[in-house]
Design a protein around this ligand. Sequence first.
Ligand code: FAD
Length: 461
Amino acid sequence: MTITRRGFLSASAGLAAMPVLRASAAPLPREADIVVIGAGAAGIAAARRIAAANRKVVVMEAASQIGGRCITDTTTFDVPFDRGARWMHNPDTNPMIRLARSVGLDVLPAPAGQKMRIGRRNARAGEIEEFLAALVRANRTIDEAGRGKLDTSCASVLPKDLGDWAGATEFMLGASFAGKDLKELSAIDKARAQDRNAAIACRQGLGTLITKLGEQAPVALSTPASRIAWSNRDVSVETPSGKIVARAAIITVSTNVLTAGAIKFAPDIPKRTLDAASKLTLGSYDHIVLQLPGNPLGLSRDDILIEQSNSTRTALMFANIGGSSLCSIDVGGSFGRDLSEQGEKAMTAFAREWITKLFGSEAASAIQKTSATRWNASPFVMGAMSAASPGGQLSRKTLTEPIGCMFLAGEATHETLWGTVDGAWESGERAADAALRRIGALRDEPDVPTQSTKKRRAPRQ
Ligand SMILES: Cc1cc2nc3c(=O)[nH]c(=O)nc-3n(C[C@H](O)[C@H](O)[C@H](O)COP(=O)(O)OP(=O)(O)OC[C@H]3O[C@@H](n4cnc5c(N)ncnc54)[C@H](O)[C@@H]3O)c2cc1C
């Protein structure tokens, strides 16, 4: 059993001819068949699918780069590290793994080592067994509650006798899994989340992968959509670089961006959609990356480590990433949110304090260069991954309802793979099919299976 954040528990044909728009390149076209807002995993997947159907697509991206929540930092340290998503789960069905190989990137084996620290010592085998048993019991009660009609919080159904393992169990199932504490998390949403076994990374980074997959896509960077006028017939998207008219639109911005009102809609989008998005707000999850030369923690390559904790002030460490001297201390949930609000200095101070507590001050004094992500403060994303609040699980389906000729996509719209890159990718392909059908470029039935849906398991009930 892996104790990672998730672990425990051919469109290319049409691409060659696609024009490439970049920030300073050709002016924005005035029209397209379908316009896509956002060049994260969902937006790039949608663009590739539309291009493969030989329809004209333009992607507008507010940021100066492709990737959204998949960004690989190749400049801060001497090895690449993913500032956002890092793992590809479920290798048998995850389309990202096949796509990574198809563009010549290296897919690494899942980390073998998972460790538990109890203060300054490693947990003994028997203690790890006890922890895993607590985790299984907690998961089971959440699954049972998730099968009920009443959508309650995961915290309210947790066994009361988890003893010393309550803190670590809550951290793994809540903050680490979904970026929210269990009291803020819908039991049905958690129970429906598809198991995420294994944790496979891409040597060059998941951000590098999305960038490569989007390389041939017509993406206009640094081009935020500011206003969208829509009807049943067409949409007109305004940006600082001009206006573009299309017969359909796919909107992939995060739920927090949608509810923040950064994009004005005319007419307003239905209250029902906004209410749904507000029940699927983003949790908090960040990486605090430390350069620790000389392996002062005595850990192996790609070791994953958590602690027996009795509070939310805890973290998960991914050590010696890819054999380098980089270690990532991951924080999430309410604690991670408060910490990230205090800024990068406070985040690094916590990482130092945590290393000192678990490995001693000498180990902490070996820390050299540091870098911390702050996804909640990232203006075009505003958080980490969507997680339904108690009572909010049905909202995912609501988000997939068409709005005139607009279709929402993105991880939040996936019922079982929410909060993942593959879920975002699949949602982009699904929205592209819906938009293509809308403009008559795809027959109504049967649904063209996506590479990734073909082999998918049925949703867990
Ligand atoms: C720290 C962290 C760790 C994670 N770890 C994992 C992991 O290990 N494995 C995993 O599978 N998933 C992980 N995730 C989740 C995963 O990153 C997301 O589920 C996925 O990348 C979301 O893709 P998306 O296309 O739905 O949204 P996004 O990536 O958010 O894409 C939306 C795009 O829209 C753009 N945009 C916003 N506003 C506008 C506008 N007005 N006009 C134009 N463009 C706009 C944004 O800039 C962005 O590029 C992690 C996330 C975080 C933050």
